[in-house]
Design a protein around this ligand. Structure first.
Ligand code: SF4
Length: 377
């Protein structure tokens, strides 16, 4: 009997704006068949017989772009399926400005216990330049409303190394983020993705990005400030007060399996990584006809699974557990990776203590370059 995943990701692909840097699976919400989509989503979840979940994550897109009534439909039908006694963390992503009082009331009435807000920056000028529709004042009012409603497990996303952003801008963002008095922050550097407005601008030489050196300085500043203010740097881009790590995201970095539901969502079950159809109409049709919408399926070889264990696991401050590796793959860690670890340790990029292999600070700044050494060729 195969073990069923105890985590699920649910995708809501609608947005009220299309940001200039975004390559996620999403569409502008106007005139979209949202009700049909939510119905199909619940059908897909039922078909997987998802019941005993430890973590559930509704992401997007913008889950809070749908109406309060639709949100209520989604959350109540989801919770009907799930064994709430087992559910430790239930996150929903939201954008400042989208969370009206009636939507917050729906969240409050549901099993959601964590809210992740796409703040990105506090600077109104920069918010406009990256295509966001909220402003600084809305960030504060949304967080106030959430706290008043009793939500304290709140996380925000911030992006640094934005076009024309200076070190002083980053300092101001970090200061304002700390003043929110919330227990979790994710800070990502801007990544240029294909088929985005920003990539086009870049090609035309019109995107004034900070240099790599400045970007590294920003990262260093962020780490230093967050740690000085009681946050643990528990993953390359994530910071937490004790006990507020994102359990769902830790599941990804632990290379565990999960259900992925919704248009364009990815999942990982029974050693198979899959991706669902992206365009809404294709997704709806597939669910109508077959109850699932998987477009691509890839069964990973043992070597690929081992590589992923490192690619994902080294992102965590705690690193990769040798014992867990040996139990999971049934082979000697030393035979497999002893030499690579020795070399990377000699270069000061990895450290090893007790049972764990982890990145040093120097290794963290190189990120994937270190993880790539674990590719088995
Ligand atoms: S960044 Fe978020 S809100 Fe903006 S377009 Fe992408 S999914 Fe939508």
């Amino acid at each position: 009997m195969l073990k069923k995943p105890t985590s699920a990701y649910v995708h809501i692909p609608f947005c009220t704006q299309i940001c200039y840097y975004c390559d996620f699976s999403k569409v502008f919400i106007k005139n979209q068949p949202v009700d049909d989509y939510l119905e199909a989503l619940i059908r897909e979840i039922k078909a997987y017989e998802i019941r005993d979940l430890r973590t559930l994550y509704i992401g997007g897109g913008t889950p809070t772009a749908i109406t309060a009534r639709q949100l209520d439909y989604l959350l109540s039908h989801l919770t009907e399926q799930i064994n709430l006694d087992m559910l430790e963390e239930f996150t929903i992503e939201a954008n400042p400005g989208d969370l009206t009082e009636d939507k917050i009331a729906v969240l409050k009435d549901s099993a959601v216990n964590r809210v992740s807000l796409g703040v990105q920056t506090f600077n109104d000028r920069h918010l406009k330049q990256i295509g966001r529709s909220h402003n600084e004042a809305q960030i504060y009012s949304t967080i106030d409303s959430l706290k008043t409603a009793g939500f304290h497990n709140i996380s925000i996303d911030l992006i640094y190394a934005l076009p024309r952003q200076t070190m002083a801008d980053v300092e101001e963002n970090v200061k304002k983020a700390l003043a929110l008095d919330i227990p979790h922050l994710s800070l990502y550097s801007l990544i240029l993705e294909h088929h985005t407005v920003f990539m086009n601008k870049m090609r035309r030489g019109k995107l004034n990005l900070p240099t790599e050196d400045l970007e590294a300085e920003m990262f260093e500043y962020i780490i230093q400030q967050m740690e000085a203010n009681g946050f643990e740097h528990y993953e390359i881009s994530n910071f937490t007060k004790p006990g507020f790590e994102s359990r769902h995201n830790l599941m990804y970095w632990d290379n565990d399996e999960y259900f992925g539901c919704g248009a364009g969502a990815s999942g990982y079950i029974n050693g198979m990584r899959y991706r669902n159809r992206g365009p809404i109409q294709h997704y709806l049709k597939a669910i109508r006809e077959t109850n699932h919408a998987r477009l691509s399926e890839e069964v990973l070889t043992k070597n690929e699974q081992m590589e992923e264990e490192f690619f994902l696991g080294l992102r965590k401050k705690s690193g990769v557990s040798v014992k867990r590796f040996e139990q999971k793959f049934g082979l000697s860690f030393d035979d497999q990776y002893g030499q690579v670890v020795k070399e990377l340790r000699a270069e000061g990029l990895l450290s090893e203590d007790k049972d764990f292999i982890r990145m040093t600070k120097k290794g963290l700044f190189l990120g994937d370059t270190v993880a790539e050494k674990f590719i088995l060729g």
